[in-house]
Design a protein around this ligand. Sequence first.
Ligand SMILES: [Zn+2]
Length: 341
Amino acid sequence: MKLKNLLLTGTLFSISSFASAADQVILISVDGLRPDAINLLGESELPGFFRFHEEGIWTDSARSDFDYTRTLPNHSSMMTGRRVTGPAGHGQISNAMPPADMTLHNNTGEEAYVNSVFDVAHDHGLSTALYVSKDKFVLFEQSYNSATGAKDIVGEDNGEDKIDSYHFLVEDRAADVLTDRFVADMTNEPINFSFIHIVDTDSAGHGDNWTTPDYMDAVKRVDSYLQKIFALIDGNQALSGNTSIILVADHGGAGRAHSDAADSQNHTVPFYVWGAGVAEGEDIYALNTESRTNPGMGYPTYENAEQPIRNGDAANLAMQLLELPAIFGSTINAEQDLRVQ
Ligand SMILES: [Zn+2]
């Protein structure tokens, strides 16, 4: 039951509500995407990425977590709005295939429930889905299923299973079939919150090197997926005008790796936002001078008074675009003060 849609139907000024909020948010993470590659290739090669530049708000100077520039730690931040380490962290340091009993709630050896984007959206009666192209993302399915998810104490009881559908699909180290599956599912029935993980760029980086022709081909392939997702929204009355996209990366890469978090090529990531409730053609830092500072070549810790926009900001921004509250226990963008218009 889509609680928010029901509320909007009953609201006299529903038109203005649509202008400021989204009914669908698609959070896309492009694994190992270095923003300088987007600019090297340019608009003619990457019409999908550049649509964010022209019609959305964006920066190529966002940051990953301070301590970790690896896939599972950073995706855990994007899903929980927490840093990796420390008392407020989600604690997912391991980047390996998780054992079958590992969850974000027990990964430090202690039991403490870690709330996520999936908890907030699901508990408010919205539909959720997770599409991934690496098998180790089963960590999130293991963390938020009917056995491990928290009780829903918000409004109607929607149950413990926070991720309505989980899809792991990869072919030739690419997310082509995964994207097609997402487009087909969204066409069939709009999903309120969906998270898509795209592996292509990371596969090419590790296989060859970051910014080699092979890597650039992977960035172009990712752009073709973005074009498919834009075409889905443009061509579907149920999605057009009330859907937003957030595009981020977990980390960049240099040489054939990305584990050194102090390397700017590893910790510099793009942060793009487009669609319902989002300004057009602006630098996201220019909209956020009161709360965020472009670090330039810097590498600020979480204790620094001037915070960059981080990939972890995406979690609570997604909730904000859906007019949902911040994730319980989150610390990154917990005030939901990252402005997008
Ligand atoms: Zn990698």
